[in-house]
Write a protein that binds this ligand. Structure first.
Ligand code: TLP
Length: 339
């Protein structure tokens, strides 16, 4: 099987496994795991933030980000296709008792004027607008980079409006690899930032939330409350540290393979927007039928935004797999209606 469902499906590399084997560990709930501390310091440095907190998943670091930036009954503004809204099981309501207000925007980009128009005036009838969540790269938009200028503009508007900014940067390093702009430049405009080691970077598990010292110490309390306090977590933190140290540069290879895959699928007759990073969206009339046909040909993918399937390149797929995936799609072309 060629598994293009997500960049989360990768297996740890030899070097990563060695790092895990050799990692010094302690009880991280007591603050005594040296490897977790090293990882947190390393990632805070990469993102230009004072501190960072290691947690089991990107969903948890997003939800802790929502929690520490809001109070009960407040409103969070975010793009209608954002992961926090679409794919996190309603967690902001469950865990933080906040209301989500979704906003439109091309390619996952929120415009300053859209934000200005959505913010509630102070009035007893309305929830208080408190937080805006931005996503870079944007998953449902097909791995689009949030252009730095646009990001600075909407984050600047948020500050003027008295809103906090949380960045879901699960694939922020893909944006760095695609543009050459250091990830920290986006982070400058955000109060809290979530990054994942288990997406394109290839670690088996783990994400980090970065921000200022005070916010991250609140986040540590929220992580405990959400059940994310881990004991000898250095074993997995070592894999994450290895991923941040060794696998950022190579993301450009995934992007090149995504472009090759898109070109091959276009040759096979499909409408495929040019990918900017490692996610490839293919327009099909019947996504679920298409995915079944693809699986019968030995290729796994997932539904994308409505009307599209998503194929994702990653550490465990090489040029040969990309060629085979293109051949598989070409074989099913005749049998599946396409746009
Ligand atoms: N995304 C997964 C699925 O949940 C859809 C994927 O395969 O792309 N933010 C963004 C932008 C993400 O894409 C994801 C994972 C997360 C957060 C959540 O990370 P985890 O899976 O670690 O909770």
């Amino acid at each position: 099987m060629i598994d293009l469902r997500s960049d989360t499906v990768t297996r740890p590399t030899e070097g990563m496994r060695r790092a895990m084997l050799e990692a010094p560990v302690g009880d991280d709930v007591f603050g005594e795991d040296p490897t977790v501390k090293r990882l947190e310091e390393y990632v805070a440095g990469l993102l230009g933030k004072e501190a960072a907190l290691y947690a089991p998943s990107g969903t948890m670091t997003n939800q802790i980000g929502v929690h520490v930036n809001t109070s009960r009954g407040e409103e969070v503004l975010l793009h209608e296709g954002s992961h926090i809204f679409v794919y996190e099981a309603g967690a902001p309501a469950m865990l933080s008792s906040v209301q989500l207000r979704t906003l439109p925007g091309e390619n996952g980009v929120l415009e300053p004027d859209t934000l200005r128009a959505a913010v509630r005036p102070e009035d007893v009838h309305f929830p208080r607008s408190r937080l805006v969540c931005l996503e870079n790269t944007h998953n449902t938009a097909g791995g689009k980079v949030f252009p730095l200028e646009d990001f600075a503009a909407v984050a600047g508007a948020a500050k003027e409006l008295g809103l906090k900014v949380h960045l879901d940067g699960a694939r922020l390093f893909n944006a760095q690899a695609a543009t050459g702009i250091p990830a920290s430049e986006w982070c400058e405009h955000a109060d809290t930032v979530s990054v994942c080691s288990s997406k394109g970077l290839g670690a088996p598990v783990g994400s980090l939330l970065a921000g200022d010292e005070e916010t991250i110490s609140e986040a540590r309390r929220a992580r405990k409350a959400f059940g994310g306090g881990m004991r000898q977590a250095g074993i997995i933190a070592a894999a994450a540290l290895y991923a941040f140290e060794n696998h950022i540069e190579r993301l450009a290879e995934d992007h090149e393979r995504a472009r090759n895959l898109a070109a091959g699928l276009r040759d096979a007759g499909y409408e495929v927007p040019e990918p900017e990073t490692n996610l490839v969206l293919v327009a099909v009339d019947e996504p679920f039928e298409f995915l079944e046909a693809l699986a019968r040909e030995g290729v796994l993918a997932t539904p994308g935004k409505p009307g599209f399937v998503r194929l994702c390149t990653h550490l465990d797929v090489g040029d040969e797999e990309i060629e085979k995936a293109i051949e598989a799609v070409a074989r099913i072309t005749a049998g599946t209606r396409q746009r």
